[in-house]
Design a binder for this molecule. Structure first.
Ligand code: IMP
Length: 435
């Protein structure tokens, strides 16, 4: 069975760890959207790996990693990541495939990202300034450059010349020369060449041979270009639909969907966050959860678990189960709040509002739960959790409308509870979901 693993909140849910944990059951891990704005952190035997473009399955030698057409690729960022993995003893060559239809991020996309943010002033989005939005803009405007275009120097030159000329017009006093951009791309093309594939064909072949695929999402449901808190979103389809468009597979290829959610909520960048905690409480979560962006180092905004947002993720993505992460960060809190609805003027909303202005005007409706003092860090059996922690999880499941099959209690691969009664990892496969 193929499985999709994606973010049920505003990104940074801990997808990297969950993908890494599940990978032994799969022969391919395929990323379907986003770019090096993502930062998937995986700890193995005390070594920290941050993966941005390369799927988190790369740390398992038997796995082939696929970068789909829905991803935007900055070749320099990709090479830096490959080199960093090699320095840590992880060989990538022969185990990586990049779609010929994936679009490239070029130096002028990074410049434009910064420029557009500066022009937005106090309406800025708080992007990662990696050129993600401008690269997707070019894709949609049908002037983008795809990985496969690197094999056609004449066409490449014409498109880069046009794009750089347009950029020079947009940025005052800018005289970027298109020639070095083309030269760099041709050099990059040489290094990329052995990895370039028709990814859709490759995945269908794998499915015919019965080799299971894990579809890996980046960012999260509320950052999705269509279903997120627009315009405070990223520029790609982080929700389940992105699997099909970003890899060229049918919806029938997706056997089950795991949503990853933190036991509380975080967001980095601008835009509404109804359960945000300011002052000491927010700082407490930020420090004990080490909530600083793995790409930009920015402090993440922190708040209580928002069941309205997660329920929305359940609806949009058809989540079968949750992987609940960072439970241990809540250790030692006397009281924990869960947001079960929003109050918006005189109305109580139980559905996530469609309009970002309305969301910004919402106040959370909280339900209080007692906390626990015994540490949960590193606990690997559900029964070993303090009773209050088990009650907290049970209530999150009730109000979110989905069971938590996995509970993560620390950053290491094995600091994880897998609840056999909901989902079983056995004989190299996953049972208990729609099988
Ligand atoms: P962009 O993707 O760089 O255009 O940024 C758009 C918004 O998405 C900003 O609020 C970013 O902070 C946020 N964002 C992008 N990638 C991630 C991620 O991997 N985790 C969390 N937030 C992200």
């Amino acid at each position: 069975m193929n499985l999709a693993v994606l973010g049920a909140q505003w990104g940074d849910e801990g997808k990297g760890k969950i993908v890494d944990l599940l990978t032994p059951r799969f022969s391919i891990v395929a990323r379907y959207q986003g770019g090096h704005n993502a930062g998937h952190t995986v700890y193995v035997n005390g070594t920290k790996f941050i993966l941005r473009l390369i799927p988190s399955g790369i740390l398992h030698p038997h796995v082939t990693c696929v970068i789909g057409n829905g991803v935007v690729v900055d070749p320099q960022a990709l090479f830096a990541e490959v080199d960093e993995l090699a320095r840590n003893g992880v060989e990538v060559d022969g185990r990586i495939a990049i779609s010929d239809k994936a679009h490239l991020i070029l130096p002028y996309h990074r410049d434009l990202d910064l420029l557009l943010e500066a022009r937005r002033g106090d309406r800025k989005i708080g992007t990662t300034s990696r050129g993600i939005g401008p690269a997707y803009e070019d894709k949609i405007a049908r002037r983008g450059i795809r990985v496969g275009d690197l094999a056609d120097p004449v066409g490449l030159e014409a498109t880069v010349r046009d794009n750089v000329t347009a950029r020079n017009r947009l940025i005052q006093d800018s005289t970027m020369d298109w020639r070095p951009v083309v030269e760099q791309l041709l050099t990059d093309g040489e290094r990329l060449r052995p990895w370039i594939r028709d990814v859709s064909v490759m995945l269908h072949q794998a499915m015919r041979e019965g080799r299971p695929i894990l579809f890996e999402g980046a960012q999260g449901t509320l950052l999705d270009i269509d279903h997120g808190t627009y315009p405070y979103v990223t520029s790609s389809s982080a929700t389940i639909g992105g699997v099909c468009t970003g890899l060229g597979v049918s919806p029938r290829a997706i056997g089950a969907v795991v949503g990853v959610a933190k036991a509380y909520t975080t967001r980095v960048g601008e835009g509404p966050l109804p359960t945000e905690l300011f002052g000491e409480q927010g700082q407490r979560l930020r420090e004990s959860g080490q909530e600083y962006g793995s790409v930009t180092g920015r402090p993440r905004r922190c708040g209580w678990y928002d069941a309205v947002a997660v329920r929305y993720g359940v609806r949009i993505n058809g989540l079968d189960v949750l992987a609940l992460t960072k439970l241990d960060v809540l250790d030692g809190l006397e009281q924990i709040e869960i947001c079960t609805a929003y109050r918006c003027g005189s109305r109580t909303l139980t559905d996530f509002p469609s309009d970002v202005g309305q969301l910004a005007a919402c106040e959370p409706v909280y339900e209080s739960m007692p906390g626990w003092s015994a540490p949960t860090r590193g606990i690997r059996r559900f029964e070993a959790l303090p009773e209050a922690a088990r009650r907290y999880i049970a209530r999150l499941e009730e109000v979110s409308g989905v069971r938590a099959a996995i509970v993560s209690t620390g950053s290491e691969r094995d600091d994880t509870i897998i609840r056999d009664d909901i989902m079983k990892l056995q004989d190299g496969r996953i049972a208990g979901l729609q099988d």
